[in-house]
Design a protein around this ligand. Sequence first.
Ligand code: THU
Length: 125
Amino acid sequence: MTDEQLMECAKEAAGFSYSPYSNFAVGAALLTEEGTLYTGCNIENASYGATNCAERTAIFKAVSEGNRKLQKIAVAAGDGSTAYPCGICLQVMLEFMPEGIVILEENGELVRYRLTELLPKGFTL
Ligand code: THU
């Protein structure tokens, strides 16, 4: 699967977003090292802190099905803006894809970041 296709999957996943509080839809599409695809969307809650971001939804789906080796993740905002992953999601990415690539869209163009560029000094044990 190409990065462009992965981004299309992320955009499609944003369509499933449950975000009545922020009205900000996010979708993510994740590829494992084996090439399995997982998608996710943000899922909000009336108790705001219970909200789960799109990236973590996709990552938790993969890990909960036995896939811990993750290769790359595309993230898309439903409104076409650039959805930079939040700090919590970056920390979760560090756990399962420390060498991974984050694919975003900036001004309509696909851009690729190493996770270590977005989180240069992440916490590890
Ligand atoms: N959100 C994500 O899904 N991913 C991010 O990395 C940033 C924020 C969601 C959480 C919340 O539902 C909405 O965007 C507004 O913060």
